[in-house]
Write a protein that binds this ligand. Structure first.
Ligand SMILES: *[C@@H]1O[C@H](CO)[C@@H](O)[C@H](O)[C@H]1NC(C)=O
Ligand SMILES: *[C@@H]1O[C@H](CO)[C@@H](O)[C@H](O)[C@H]1NC(C)=O
Ligand SMILES: *[C@@H]1O[C@H](CO)[C@@H](O)[C@H](O)[C@H]1NC(C)=O
Ligand SMILES: *[C@@H]1O[C@H](CO)[C@@H](O)[C@H](O)[C@H]1NC(C)=O
Length: 614
């Protein structure tokens, strides 16, 4: 609308809000004749997933512009519950967690938005987005019709949903679809279990209570599972959509989708088109698709003149902090790496993905989608050289945020992430045995403050560790390496030692590492300190802030913080990820504080310009 036309309307109707409502009255996004229609015209949604929780806020606009340049007209994002209510009853929608501001960025760029509000998301995110405190509730059963669970969901949605109302498409905002649950058919079964069907119906009624029925509600699952994922067979209230890998034809699955949905209410919608995959610590190499695969798979989808889709992922970003999740694969625990590059067309750092065939994955998708919108200039990377370390501090010498006794789990102590330590004063056996079924997830055994062994759940073997014959103190430092985010196992992934490895009652302390300001530092002493989990503090000198990577060569396993920002987990000795991404907004000109926690007490870190994998 031109300024003049607006003025004329204001003159005619007398007030601005009237004009606003006239403008929004024309906005409609509905399903008709098996197609999406926007303002009455058929439209295909060409979306891509970008998770605001995996991108620093200062880069939201940049990443959305890059996604638009791929040829997309929409963005899809999960809303991770634990990102907003990590502590029960304490809601956080500020700064990097301001999902409403993310929606507003999309709107400014004229991108539609598909919201996946869960409450479960999967997404290789800690506990599939569930807050850890759910594991402490008596009689709570996740992901089905269970009162304590639904009470918790309702409370969260009462905080989350109202502010989306004015951001719905029909109210002038970008949101055209709201997805309930996620791939529920891989977990529950709405066709065989009344409680599962009632659960999905509860989510629908709670969502409509806040958002009304003018937005399109969806479920998603592989096409073979639609009846398990959704109780709305032949029911136009909720659109069943499908997901799955790149292919040369999607017709068979779209036919199943159509057979399930109400007549005339089945626009072809492939909510997750898997452009790439995730990577686990210990994989031999990073997930790496060929650009030809993307190009061909996306082209096949786009060549269907009626198909709508969302790339999973358009841009994966980074699982900063403690947010990376884990899987159980053939009974074995595998933790996701920090990078969520996903082999997506826009790589972790915003550059064009280089596919396994050496070709440009971004260009392949942009060509397939005939993208025309301008791409922002490429990101600038800098190698700032070595971090100079000055101070050190032993992890176990630090004050804990909780102190208790007994073989308690993290959840019982009200702790969501990080480490827990069990300390005992003897008598001690000759050996300690750890089983992968009760070790959650990695233990380091320290005798009188010196490391004598470790065991990791993901190695899927029983480990026996010899103790020295004379010792007076035993510490069992246990790391939560990420909660399982998919499958039945997710409901029971409590962290700590689930079974005592020896007799005796330990003092137990919480080390969530959420706040490092109370660490008692002292200068690094010349000469070798014994191997033990240790922090090092140093400075990285920066003349102008650009993106960089920190190379963990020489380190073992742990975390890195830059200016207080937790960059996530590194595991140099496993790989395949050997660098942590540092976006420019986390840096400033001058001296930048860098803190390493290395679990074997190693030190040394260098800022480099490119990621190192495999
Ligand atoms: C849990 O269920 C049991 C058995 O139905 C009941 O006795 C108990 O009061 C319940 N606990 C809570 C906290 O609701
Ligand atoms: C696309 O949808 C229209 C309207 O529903 C239909 O007439 C046409 O056959 C469809 N084309 C394809 C390729 O599915
Ligand atoms: C994928 O393979 C290409 C070609 O070998 C390589 O250039 C690129 O770095 C690889 N990507 C990752 C994440 O390993
Ligand atoms: C570990 O030991 C337990 C008890 O001895 C045994 O039942 C289990 O099969 C063993 N697990 C593995 C992975 O070897």
């Amino acid at each position: 609308m031109t300024a003049l036309a607006t003025l004329l309307l204001v003159a005619q109707y007398g007030c601005w809000s009237h004009v606003q409502s006239l403008r929004t009255a024309r906005r409609s996004f509905v399903i008709k004749d098996d197609r999406f229609h926007k303002e009455g015209d058929p439209i295909n949604i060409k979306s891509g997933s970008v998770h605001y929780s995996r991108v620093p806020r200062a880069y939201w606009r940049d990443r959305l512009e890059r996604a638009k340049a791929l040829g997309l007209n929409a963005i899809t994002t999960y809303v991770p519950w634990n990102f907003h209510e990590d502590v029960e009853g304490r809601f956080d929608f500020s700064e990097d967690r301001d999902v409403y501001a993310f929606a507003d960025e999309a709107r400014k760029l004229n991108l539609l938005l598909i919201l996946r509000i869960g409450p479960y998301m999967c997404g290789e995110w800690d506990f599939g987005g569930f807050p850890a405190w759910l594991l402490t509730k008596a009689n709570m059963t996740l992901r089905t019709h269970n009162k304590p669970y639904l009470d918790a969901v309702d409370k969260f949605w009462d905080h989350l949903l109202p502010r989306f109302k004015r951001r719905l498409y029909s109210n002038g905002g970008p949101i055209v679809m709201v997805q309930l649950e996620n791939e529920f058919g891989d977990y529950g079964d709405c066709s065989a279990n009344e409680n599962d069907a009632a659960y999905m119906k509860h989510l629908y009624s709670k969502a409509t209570q806040h958002l009304g029925t003018s937005v399109i509600y969806t479920t998603v699952s592989p096409a073979r599972n639609l009846h398990k994922a959704s109780p709305w067979r032949h029911d136009a209230r909720v659109l069943a959509t499908i997901d799955g890998p790149l292919s040369s034809s999607y017709d068979a699955d779209f036919a199943l989708q159509k057979a399930f949905n109400a007549k005339g209410n089945s626009p072809k919608m492939w909510t997750e088109l898997w452009t790439g995959w995730y990577t686990h610590w210990g994989d031999s190499k990073a997930a790496n698709r060929t650009a030809k695969d993307y190009g061909d798979g996306v082209k096949a989808m786009a060549s269907d003149s009626n198909a709508s889709f969302s790339l999973y992922m358009a841009h994966g970003g980074t699982s900063f902090g403690f947010w990376a999740g884990a899987n159980i694969l053939e009974g074995r625990y595998v933790a996701d790496v920090t990078s969520y590059d996903y082999s997506a067309p826009i790589s972790e750092d915003g550059t064009h993905q280089v596919g396994a065939d050496g070709a440009d994955g971004f260009a392949a998708v942009r060509n397939a989608l005939h993208g025309t919108s301008e791409e922002p200039p490429p990101p600038v990377f800098r190698a700032y050289g070595a971090v100079v370390f000055e101070d050190e501090a032993d992890l176990l010498a630090q004050d804990a945020t909780c102190a208790s006794t007994g073989w308690r789990t993290q959840e019982q102590l009200g702790q969501a992430h990080g480490f827990i330590n069990y300390a005992l004063t003897g008598p001690f056996p000759d050996r300690l045995a750890f089983s992968p079924s009760t070790l959650r997830d990695r233990v380091q055994v320290l005798a009188d403050g010196v490391l004598v062994g470790s065991a990791y759940r993901g190695d899927a073997k029983n480990v026996s560790i010899a103790l020295p014959s004379s010792m007076t103190r035993l510490d069992l430092l246990v790391e939560n390496c990420g909660r399982v985010n998919y499958g039945r196992e997710l409901v029971d992934d409590r962290k700590g030692l689930l079974e005592p490895p020896l007799d005796g009652t330990p003092s137990v302390s919480c080390l969530p590492l959420a706040d490092l300001s109370a660490i008692e530092w002292h200068s690094i002493q010349p000469g070798r300190s014994p191997a033990a989990p240790r922090f090092y503090r140093g400075h990285l000198q920066v003349d102008a802030a650009h993106d960089t990577y920190l190379d963990t060569r020489g380190l073992s396993k742990g975390f890195i913080w830059v200016n207080g920002q937790n960059l996530g987990r590194f595991w140099e000795t496993r790989g395949p990820q050997h660098t942590l991404y540092v976006p420019a907004p986390y840096l400033r000109r001058g001296a930048n504080e860098v803190i390493i926690l290395d679990l074997d007490g190693r030190t040394g870190l260098e800022s480099v310009a490119r990621p190192r994998w495999n």
